[in-house]
Design a protein around this ligand. Sequence first.
Ligand SMILES: Cc1cc2nc3c(=O)[nH]c(=O)nc-3n(C[C@H](O)[C@H](O)[C@H](O)COP(=O)(O)O)c2cc1C
Length: 452
Amino acid sequence: MDAKRQLKLGMFLRPAGHHIAGWRHPDAWADGGLDFAKYVEMARTAERGLFDMMFSADTLSGERYDRETLSHTSYVAWIEPMSLLTALAPMTRHIGLVCTATTTYEEPYTLARRFASLELISGGRAGWNVVTSANDSEALNFGRKTHLPKAERYRRAREFVGVMQGLWDSWDDDAFRFDKASGRFYDPDKRHRIDHEGEFFKVHGPLTVPRSPQGQPVIVQAGASEDGRQLAAETAEVVFCAHQTIETARDFYYDVKGRMPAAGRNPDHLKIMPGLGVMVAPTRQEAQDRWQQLQDLIPPEVGVALLSKYIAWDLRGLDVDGPVPVVPQDRGAPTRSALLSETARAEGLTIRQLYQRIAGGRGHFQVVGSPRDIADLMEEWLVTGAADGFNIICPYFPSTLDAFVDLVVPELQRRGIYRTTYEGRTLRENLGLPRPPSRYGASRDAGARKAV
Ligand SMILES: Cc1cc2nc3c(=O)[nH]c(=O)nc-3n(C[C@H](O)[C@H](O)[C@H](O)COP(=O)(O)O)c2cc1C
């Protein structure tokens, strides 16, 4: 009999909690995002739970909510992800270290160096979440008044990823000889320049950091629009996404994987991992009670501000117990705006009901229940083609992550759909992804194209 497909798991970091009132919970670390020791503890708990990876989102602006509600929200200050993951690398052994970096405001040469260095320091456990930035106010920190138009952002993103991948192949795996006898430190035929000239970038190369133990960092993508899906099909090895129903998750899964053959790729070489907010307790009733306690901590003005941001429409001044207005979708708004509008319309939700719905999972699917309830749901998504795994979203830390590891992980293992030990050393090996061959591999003996 074939072995069962195994779930892949990511832990979505946000140490002050993903639920908007999570930091207010009596058991929560309110200062989690600012205290490095708490990140270390989270990483170790996730590794105890055999997670494939931990993921640090990022945005290059703290102006995410309205000023009036800013003092209530916890996602306003945090440790810069690349520095964070680099510091966590030697304190962990197995878990993948994935963070966001934006193709709209970064430069490929400097970013390629930083990820390549994280690769070396972690022994091949790095991943890059490629975003084009969803937060307009980032522009204000880079000498721009407005965000780049979406189509341009994605053209830039595509070129950016190609340049990064080219730079990561600057050195062949066996380029360094360290030959004390001959005095040859490296083989010049095994070092390559990219000599890229495109619409957005001119990059000469080579990179100053060698090729990594897993060949290249794992490429993660999280945009769900038409452009985002196409970029994912062409380049991504992991996709993070947000779905409110298993049906939309399945449609998305088949759509993105279905585009891969035309891009010359094998659909098994992409792991689709929707976000999953989890509140678990030994019994369903306990979990529901804890969840309600948390929901009651949301101040309405904060819930409205959060929803306004997600739906990309100002809802202030409207009756919170009235219907969600019809939000026009032709303004280049993020994809989740359309998803939320559709959910509100289909289920007839009020503004309060919709903000309560998203506050826990921030637009991701939310499940509250016993370990069996949670495992049933995860198994159904896995076996019916809605997901290859999940990015686990904890309402607050540390106890909801501990509960997931202590209660849900053993249940998944008992069902044979989750590992009992790490399979490999690198993130790719654990995810079951191939090591990308160097693009210069075939030409290496023939005299090194663009060798320098
Ligand atoms: C799980 C998840 C994580 C994300 N993380 C980030 C992030 O860290 N920074 C960011 O700017 N956008 C983030 N996004 C948003 C995007 O990747 C994307 O830029 C945005 O959704 C707009 O693109 P789209 O219209 O193609 O969806 C995330 C989205 C998802 C689903």
